[in-house]
Design a protein around this ligand. Structure first.
Ligand SMILES: [Zn+2]
Length: 134
């Protein structure tokens, strides 16, 4: 279910280091593109949407919305008189790989259904479980 949330009300996802504040960016947060932002929307719906006024050096406070998806976030900084809309990807740039049998046992995962797939990010440890029959 999609929820509009306020800064500090959402539990910190394991795939980010810092949620930040009403006036700061979550970390990690790197510039991205409208195309990447649209690409995630073509596959998933955000779980949370959050409004902030982030401080950008040389510009001041800029209105922004953060779209929190299940394993990544995107921030849209709204256009100003000097800049068009800007996009930022939030969180680990996951590198997915299949779990070993030991990792499955250690994480108490399994047995898997015929259409289930479990991957782990080898950078942040996030586990992503999908069922391709859904
Ligand atoms: Zn990761």
């Amino acid at each position: 279910m999609l929820m509009l949330t306020e800064v500090g009300k959402m539990e910190k996802p394991e795939w980010i280091d810092d949620l930040g504040t009403y006036n700061t960016f979550p970390q990690p947060c790197v510039p991205s593109t409208e195309r990447d932002f649209q690409a995630i929307f073509s596959c998933y719906s955000p779980e949370y949407i959050e409004f902030r006024q982030v401080y950008i050096a040389g510009e001041g406070h800029c209105n922004a919305h953060i779209f929190w998806f299940h394993n990544t976030g995107f921030m849209m900084v709204h256009p100003t008189s000097k800049f068009p809309t800007r996009y930022f990807r939030i969180g680990c740039k996951h590198v997915w790989e299949g779990l070993t049998e030991k990792q499955m046992r250690d994480l108490n995962i399994g047995p898997l259904g015929r259409c289930e797939n479990v991957q782990i990010c080898n950078k942040c440890g996030t586990v992503y479980r999908t069922d391709s029959s859904d």
